[in-house]
Design a protein around this ligand. Structure first.
Ligand code: RTP
Ligand code: MG
Length: 137
């Protein structure tokens, strides 16, 4: 069993599609091992996306991720990291496959509805950023 961090981003929370997104994870065999709704400060968003600190989109991305509440989850299952990214679809919704979350709910390459860890190392960092081991079941 593998764990990954998933975020429903501010654009999707505002669209009122939290349930529809979670349902796609469950239908694909991923289990919600932990979940909460939070509102990050700009500083907290910058800490979360520290790997992107030198990218041109870092400032805009962290403004977006702190503009409203988000839902953070730990998803658990076989190949959870890859499976979650498959369900999410490509970063840019214009390139996302039909039936993926980003194809159906993302607005553009930045306001793209969901986040998912991209490796075991980032998953470990990202899960710890939001959850204590005592909150994950
Ligand atoms: P994520 O980390 O959110 O799961 O998305 P990802 O792996 O598909 O994309 P990544 O390259 O890690 O980028 C992180 C987030 O930054 C925003 N972004 N904006 N304006 C741009 O060119 C651009 N590129 C990326 C997106 O919100 C992306 O999900
Ligand atoms: Mg990424």
């Amino acid at each position: 069993m593998e764990r990954t961090l998933s975020i429903i981003k501010p654009d999707a929370v505002r669209k009122n599609v939290i349930g529809e997104i979670i349902s796609r994870f469950e239908k694909n065999g991923l289990k919600i091992a932990a979940m909460k709704k939070i509102w990050m400060t700009k500083q907290e968003a910058k800490g979360f996306y520290i790997v992107h600190k030198d990218k041109p989109f870092y400032d805009s991305l962290t403004d977006f991720m702190s503009e409203g509440p988000i839902v953070v989850m730990v998803l658990e299952g076989e190949n959870a990291i890859a499976k979650n990214r498959e369900i999410m679809g490509a970063t840019n919704p214009a390139n996302a496959a039909p039936g993926t979350i980003r194809k159906d709910f993302a607005e553009n390459i930045e306001r793209n509805a969901v986040h998912g860890s991209d490796s075991p190392e980032t998953a470990a960092f990202e899960i710890k950023y939001f959850f204590s081991e005592l909150e994950i079941f």
